[in-house]
Design a protein around this ligand. Structure first.
Ligand SMILES: [Mn+2]
Length: 194
């Protein structure tokens, strides 16, 4: 089983997070930030992984530390669970429509970290979640998972739809990338290492 569990406590957040890439249950997210819980639940369902998150952050400041730190820990846990990445597809791409919005995620579990993010949100807040944190989250995720991640809203209007299409597309692209492909022997790189 490809799984990992991480506990991380700082002055700003206290996080317990577990992932299992080879089973789909349980999914249970509690961060104190409703919209973020909604996004992480979608992400887990569309990547078909088990994900549990218990985060207690300094929400009296704002939701920044909580969202960013969950991104860091999720990236670390996924990377740990992937191990040597033998036999996985490595790449994944997904387009996800949501009513008027179309979002895209394309990623490579290359061992190198890079985020390209092309999305704007008209609405600065969704509940107690600041929409600028969508980029912060994916930056933390990409850097700690050591993945090359491209996210783009091709068109759209509604801020909730835009954020949701990016989380769903990333989940679906990740599922493709982490899937073990019987045609791939060893690591899917001419370098022999990912
Ligand atoms: Mn929604």
């Amino acid at each position: 089983m490809r799984q990992a569990e991480i506990k991380r406590k700082t002055q700003e957040t206290d996080i317990e997070l577990a992932v299992n890439l080879d089973q789909q249950e349980p999914v249970a997210i509690e961060t104190g930030v409703g919209f973020f819980d909604h996004m992480l639940t979608l992400f887990a369902r569309h990547s078909r992984i088990s994900l549990t998150v218990k985060a207690e952050g300094d929400l009296w400041v704002d939701s920044h530390h909580t969202v960013e730190d969950v991104g860091i820990v999720l990236g670390q846990a996924l990377r740990q669970a992937l191990g040597d990445k033998a036999g996985i597809n490595r790449y994944g791409t997904s387009f996800v429509p949501m009513d008027e919005t179309l979002g895209m995620a394309s990623l490579d579990l290359s061992g190198r970290s890079y985020l390209v993010f092309e999305a704007d949100f008209d609405n600065p807040k969704l509940g107690n979640f600041d929409t600028e944190l969508v980029e912060e989250f994916f930056q933390a995720l990409a850097f700690n998972l050591q993945m090359n991640l491209h996210l783009k809203i091709l068109h759209g209007k509604n801020s909730h739809h835009k954020a949701e299409s990016l989380f769903k597309a990333t989940g679906r692209a990740l599922r493709e990338a982490i899937t073990i492909n019987p045609e791939i022997h060893g690591v899917n790189s001419t370098k022999g290492l990912l």
